[in-house]
Design a protein around this ligand. Structure first.
Ligand SMILES: [Zn+2]
Length: 441
């Protein structure tokens, strides 16, 4: 990662002249992004959505909201939210998250931002909102947990924040497909296994007493197969709610989002989910995907699918990509370097019409990294407010995110962002720096 800095930090360190110098050192990527967003003021896409679900345990919940207002009273500044919550060990975490997460995310975005600033502030606000929701839910001492796949669509910009193993897939009108979410199953994510072990958790399969080991990789205590979720206070606190966040700008011709719980992905490959539903309306596509999945695997789990078509205005037929050339892997995976490098910030100013423009991606579980934005936008966040729960604090009361970090040589500990005392305790628990609440009490 490039060296991160914040305008607030520079302001503390330098005088008036230094501020000017600091301003002129805006990262090139940001300048390009600003220029592009102001140049390409485009009409808003039409959004058509549908969903389908087959219940086994009744622990899948969804949220579909269009026309959410970014600015109260402004009917033009609107965005849409589509989300899927796949609960486990009960429904309380999924329901609580469905009811509170959006509000917690929005309250972490400073008021009076321009649209571009609002979009740039979203990744940090999503991290704060997820952690706050998890902390509040755990205070209620329920033991259930939930995955979250949370999709915000503002114009042609799609921001996806995810914990767990419900996945979000995008297929462009021309037929290129991309995962926009992370897969936090321990079985599929070696990096997360390493993180949990380093924080003091154990990762392994169920041992039947002999040499045989059963089932997927699980984290102990608790036996959860996921490395990230909201809730789950009976497992180690290194099962964190810090979401993977990916923000992209869609190609002009639009495309289709498919958000599904693991009930779908355990039965269907992404190619199959896309191909079985092509040409159908969003509603019919969601129903077909669920039906296909249940036909293949039987109804072994809640199986839920949300389909969202994002289309150029007035083009109300679902996108049908041209037939694919055989033998050519069109699938672009999330961590694929190539797709990142071929996207936005190459500096050439040239855009292929079908290329998904990557604006932001970060999946780190380190809170300090996620709340410490590189953008000058961090200057918009109030300094004396907890970066997670938005509690107002007196100067000197908050704990700097840089306190105790290995970077303290370079970063002054009195620089923000700051956390309140209880959010700092939460952070330390997530990083394995103090015993989890069970053994502590
Ligand atoms: Zn706080």
């Amino acid at each position: 990662m490039s060296e991160s800095w914040s305008f607030g930090r520079q302001r503390g360190a330098v005088g008036e002249k230094g501020q000017m110098a600091a301003r002129s050192r805006v990262p090139l990527a940001l300048l390009l992004k600003r220029e592009l967003s102001s140049e390409r003021r485009e009409e808003k896409p039409d959004i058509l959505h549908g969903q389908a679900s087959q219940r086994k345990k009744g622990e899948d919940f969804t949220l579909s909201m269009t026309e959410c207002r970014r600015v109260p009273g402004d009917d033009v500044a609107t965005f849409s939210v589509f989300a899927l919550f796949d609960g486990h060990n009960g429904t309380a975490a999924a329901i609580y998250t469905k009811d509170n997460l959006l509000e917690n995310v929005l309250s972490a975005i400073p008021s009076i931002l321009s649209r571009d600033e609002w979009i740039a502030a979203l990744p940090r606000a999503l991290v704060a909102g997820f952690v706050k929701t998890d902390k509040e839910f755990q205070d209620k001492a329920h033991t259930s947990g939930t995955t979250v796949t949370f999709v915000i669509i503002d114009g042609w910009v799609v921001t996806v924040a995810s914990v767990g193993d419900s996945l979000c897939l995008f297929e462009s009108a021309e037929g290129s497909s991309y995962f926009l979410s992370a897969d936090h199953r321990l079985e599929a994510n070696e990096e997360e296994v390493k993180r949990i072990r380093a924080s003091g958790g154990e990762v392994g399969r169920i041992n039947t007493g002999g040499v045989t080991e059963l089932g997927p990789l699980r984290c102990w205590p608790g036996g959860l197969c996921l490395s990230r979720s909201i809730g789950d206070m009976d497992v180690g606190e290194f099962i964190v709610p810090i979401p993977h966040v990916k923000q992209v700008k869609l190609p002009k011709a639009g495309g289709r989002l498919i958000i599904s719980s693991d009930g779908v992905w355990d039965a269907l490959t992404s190619e199959k989910a896309l191909s079985c539903s092509r040409g159908l309306s969003a509603e019919a596509a969601a129903a077909r995907i669920v039906k296909e999945a249940v036909q293949i695997k039987g109804l072994r789990d809640d199986t839920t699918c949300i389909v969202v078509d994002i289309l150029p205005p007035e083009k109300l037929a679902p996108p049908v990509p041209p037939p694919k050339k055989s033998g050519k892997g069109m699938f672009k995976f999330m961590f694929c370097k190539q797709s990142c490098e071929s996207s936005s910030h190459s500096g050439t100013g040239h855009f292929e019409p079908d290329v998904l423009e990557e604006m932001f991606e970060d999946g780190s579980a380190v809170l300090a990294q996620r709340l410490n934005m590189e953008y000058p936008i961090c200057n918009m966040f109030k300094l004396f407010m907890c970066a997670v729960c938005q509690l107002e604090m007196k100067p000197g009361e908050g704990i700097s995110l840089h306190a105790g970090s290995s970077q303290t040589g370079r970063v002054h500990p009195w620089h923000g962002p700051f956390l309140c005392r209880t959010c700092q305790a939460k952070r330390e628990a997530m990083e394995g720096k103090r015993p989890s609440r069970d053994s502590a009490c």
